[in-house]
Write a protein that binds this ligand. Structure first.
Ligand code: SAM
Length: 413
């Protein structure tokens, strides 16, 4: 992540890192709302402001409207100071005037005028792009769309998955507690622990270096068990990197079997190897390849695998809380491209499945076109396939994790 590259350059305390992370992630996440404040308070609209000034104003406004622990006067003064020291000297009076107006509006409890149209209201209030507000309302209706948008702005939970070959949930929980890190069990997630309080570098937490646990959201922990793997089986993880689900599969198989972790990103595949090695798992083989064309790279794999996991590249709309800039990077055009890629990957892995085998298709998005509709189309082209299970989890619903989708597809011959 870009922020980690910056942290590596400066020697910041744990608390300062947390503050910088909140400032950066929060002001990126709330960009739409902060721009609306600029449009409301400034003479020049946000999209006409020089980018450096606009970003700095976001940081100042975020502190005023969202961070109770920073006094408003400190937010104004430090932002003006930063403007002075960073190529915005001529514009310090603009920064000062706008932030003072904002501070006054905040103290007076003023609220931004809302647009008339419901989707524009949703976009402004929850700081999401208009196309996404439109989609959410179309998919789930206005009330649920609000819940999803609100959940996408919350600080994400931190969940761990205990490596059942190295430890168990009780031991890991106790070890963490002894170091001042509190956690709770997660309903329906047998190896999961939700961290409820704890700070510092995760890699220094007890049990990390020993491979006793991995960081994995509870929704993601739901996927690998859907394959019902058994020791000794041949499994293909067709989009494996960075290995969260491959390692979970190996843990569930007692590390016995033939598990191929395939990915088309060299860097991410190297990371997969590092992650799996840390967990003490030896049963994985790695292949750098395009999984939509595996039958050409590996003709002997035709009909070879008992089970295949396709954790497909997707729009990631279920993970907006975790990835604050994703909502601004993702576009309907990119989603169209992803849908085509998912289709190609599904068709590409199918010849590798053994008769009577099973495919689990999963994504971390809530877009039906990438999920249930994608699978309906796939099935309708192959008479011998049957969807025996499918489920969509939405962020903001009771399970409390990311938005995720999974389908189990059985081959009848
Ligand atoms: C959602 S991520 C997989 C996450 C992984 N399953 C986990 O649990 O850690 C999707 C992965 O698909 C890979 N990918 C994208 N296109 C691919 C292709 N044509 N062939 C193989 N891998 C691909 C990406 O590099 C990315 O690592």
């Amino acid at each position: 992540m870009a922020i980690e590259r910056v942290f590596n350059k400066y020697n910041l305390s744990v608390l300062d890192r947390a503050l910088v992370t909140e400032l950066v992630c929060g002001s990126i996440r709330q960009r739409q709302q902060l721009d609306s404040w600029i449009d409301y308070l400034a003479k020049m609209p946000s999209n006409k402001q020089p980018p450096l000034l606009r970003w700095l104003l976001h940081i100042g406004l975020y502190q005023i409207f969202y961070m109770d622990r920073i006094p408003v006067s400190a937010a104004v003064n430090t932002t003006v100071q930063i403007a002075k020291e960073n190529q915005l000297k001529r514009l310090t009076s603009v920064v000062n005037a706008l932030l003072r107006k904002a501070a006054l509006a905040h103290v007076n409890g003023e609220i931004l005028p809302l647009p008339e149209c419901h989707k524009e209201q949703l976009a402004q209030k929850y700081s999401i792009p208009l196309w996404l507000a439109d989609d959410l309302i179309r998919w789930k209706g206005e009330q649920v769309a609000i819940q999803i948008a609100a959940a996408s702005n919350k600080t994400p939970t931190l969940d761990l998955r205990v490596n059942c070959r190295r430890s168990n949930v009780d031991n890991v929980q106790q070890k963490l507690k002894d170091s001042g890190i509190e956690s709770s069990l997660i309903e329906g997630c047998p190896y999961g622990l939700r961290i409820t309080s704890g700070t510092g570098d995760l890699c220094e937490w007890p049990g990390y270096k020993e491979g006793e646990w991995s960081v994995q959201d509870r929704s993601s922990q739901w996927i690998s068990p859907l394959l019902s793997v058994n020791p000794g089986e041949c499994i293909l993880d067709a989009c494996a990197a960075p290995g969260g689900k491959t390692s979970h599969l190996l843990e569930l198989m007692n590390d016995e079997g033939e598990v191929w972790a395939v990915d088309n990103s060299r860097k991410r595949l190297e990371k997969t190897n590092v992650n799996i090695t840390r967990l003490g798992l030896k049963g994985a083989a790695f292949l750098l390849a395009d999984s939509s064309a595996l039958v050409f790279h590996k003709p002997l794999w035709k009909g070879y695998f008992h089970k295949i996991l396709l954790d497909a590249p997707c729009s990631g709309l279920g993970t907006l809380a975790r990835n604050p800039d994703l909502r601004w990077r993702m576009t309907p055009t990119k989603i169209e491209q992803l849908i085509r890629l998912q289709k190609k990957l599904l068709e590409g892995i199918l010849p590798l499945l053994r008769p009577g085998g099973k495919i689990v298709y999963s994504t971390c998005t809530i877009n039906p076109d990438e999920n249930s509709k994608q699978i309906d189309n796939f099935i309708s082209n192959h008479e011998h396939l049957l969807v025996s299970y499918q489920k969509q989890l939405w962020q903001g619903d009771v399970h409390g994790g990311d938005g995720f989708y999974a389908a189990i597809i059985d081959s009848l011959m």
